[in-house]
Design a protein around this ligand. Structure first.
Ligand code: HEM
Length: 482
């Protein structure tokens, strides 16, 4: 796959233009934009209409939730692969309290602490906590592959039984249990079933996450009731006591199981309870929330790509596993198509679509063809699916091309941004890139490998429901050769 990209010859020569777009009247402008965003146009059309109208991928707009949950909803949207990169430069943008955008849920949801994701790297606690996470990952590196494979094997039995009994299996439920059991066992060294969390971990996390994200969601009310729905979700924040008892169960389950991790945190200089609230957020929001969103999307894209791609994946995976004598880091690294398929799913549907950053100084933003001056304190907002589907970088960006990142295509990996950084770079304690980046890529390759070691092909179907869409596996065809 060749690149269509030619870099903006010299960004300093791009014409400096007035920044298009407007915020409208106070209060009414943000409300109009959010009704367009959720109900009148829908998310993607909201952005593409403005790109068309302003003939620019950088413009001013309001972003939900707006009044009264966020006190200032004015942002400068960056919607191409070039301007988006400003968000990774923490010398230029501040990331304090903007993990979810223009509002921050009460710290009552996180034990009274501002956890790592809300901290700017200029705050000393950020690098301390992130170092804790990175050291935890390093100490568990050798467990990644065997633990993930074991957790998955147990669940595959249930998946097959469900398909035989009911003619289909809910892939979202499967991925939720897989994600929670794997990350809990990895970081807390215990099976959650053996703690007071039991089998309720995914449900408790889903509820707790939903309260954080409620101002950015919809409930699927009929059209007549959209104004009611909108004001219910976005007028006042939901108080954290509503979720207190589930949070306490998760906290106690982690506190009593993750003794080795918490000892490690104390040695680094963190207080034990602050470390535990941070570990909870990392396990239940960042890691569980991220993986449970991405796996169904990955398997849907691969499932829908059809039997030809399945055959190529099965051939590659089985040949490498035979030659290497098993599934290892080395073996996974040789699977070029499998790697590419994972990167392609992360590119076409980045699981965390929004990133924010507040300008730390006056600066110049540039897109492919123009430059704009912005002021210190202005909020920059990136909608990632537009940046990683930028037609000036990726040929046929809306198409899932399994081979896109094979061979020469690897050069395009620097435009894959799902981890809040370039795929060619690695997270550090001093930046805001996802510390789980390499783990996520690894387990995503592993789930593809395990599918095609067991099965020749599989079929998926998407079912739209009231609150979300569900992916079902309709059939699994057992491997004809290994
Ligand atoms: C598919 C799964 C995942 C996705 C899509 C994902 C994505 C992201 C993104 C986009 C950010 C940056 C958010 C921002 O500041 O704007 C982030 C931060 C973070 N992620 Fe992940 N992540 C995933 C899995 C994980 C895992 C497995 C871990 C466990 C180590 C993890 C831990 C974190 C932490 C602690 C942060 C905050 C980093 C900081 O404040 O410097 N994530 N993640």
């Amino acid at each position: 796959m060749s690149s269509t990209f030619s870099s903006p010859s010299d960004p300093s020569k791009l014409p400096l233009k007035p920044l298009p777009g407007s915020y409208g009247l106070p209060f009414f402008g943000p409300i109009k934009d959010r009704l367009d965003y959720f109900y009148n146009q829908g998310r993607d059309k909201f952005f593409s209409t403005k790109i068309e109208k302003y003939k620019s991928t950088i413009f001013r707009t309001n972003m939900p939730p707006g009044p009264f949950i966020s006190s200032d909803s004015r942002v400068i949207a960056v919607l191409d692969a070039i301007s988006f990169q400003i968000l990774f430069d923490t010398t230029k943008v501040e990331k304090r309290n903007i993990f979810l955008g223009t509002y921050m849920p009460s710290t009552g949801y996180t034990g009274g602490y501002r956890v790592c994701a809300y901290l700017d790297p200029s705050e000393p606690n950020h690098s301390l906590i992130k170092r804790f996470f990175i050291s935890l990952l390093v100490s568990r590196h050798n467990t990644f592959i065997p633990l993930f494979r074991n957790t998955l094997s147990e669940l595959f039995v249930e998946l097959q039984d469900q398909i035989s009994d009911k003619g289909e299996a809910n892939l979202n439920d499967f991925c939720n249990t897989l994600a929670f059991n794997f990350v809990f066992r990895l970081f807390c060294d215990k099976n959650p079933a053996d703690t007071k969390i039991g089998s309720k971990g995914p449900t408790m996390c889903d509820k707790w996450i939903a309260f954080h994200l409620a101002p950015l969601g919809t409930l699927g009310f009929p059209k007549l009731l959209t104004l009611l729905e909108d004001s219910l979700l976005r007028t006042l924040p939901f108080p954290s006591f509503l979720i207190k008892s589930d949070y306490k169960k998760l906290y106690d389950g982690i506190y009593t199981s993750a003794t080795a991790a918490l000892d490690q945190a104390e040695r680094l200089g963190l207080k034990r309870d602050e470390a535990c609230h941070n570990l909870l957020f990392m396990v239940c929001f960042n890691a569980y929330g991220g993986i449970k969103t991405f796996f169904p999307a990955l398997l849907r894209w691969v499932g829908l790509a059809g039997e030809n791609l399945h055959k190529q994946l099965a051939d590659e995976i089985r040949t490498v596993v035979r030659h290497e004598g098993g599934v290892s880091f080395g073996a996974l690294d040789k699977m070029t198509l499998t790697k590419s398929v994972v990167y392609e799913a992360l590119r076409i549907e980045p699981p965390v679509p929004y990133q924010y950053g507040k300008a730390k100084e006056d600066l110049v933003l540039h897109s492919h063809d123009a430059a704009f001056q912005i002021k210190k304190g202005e909020m920059i907002f990136g909608f990632q699916p537009f940046a990683t589907n930028d037609p000036k970088i990726f040929e046929n960006p809306d198409e899932f091309v399994g081979h896109r990142f094979v061979g020469e295509g690897e050069k395009l990996l620097k435009y894959v941004y799902w981890s809040n950084g370039r795929e060619t770079e690695n997270p550090t304690a001093e930046d805001k890139q996802c510390p789980g980046k390499n783990l996520v890529v690894l387990v995503s390759r592993l789930i593809i490998v395990e599918f095609f070691l067991r099965y020749d092909t599989f079929k998926v179907e998407e079912a739209k429901e009231l609150l979300a869409s569900t992916i079902n596996i309709k059939s699994l065809t057992k491997a004809s050769s290994i």
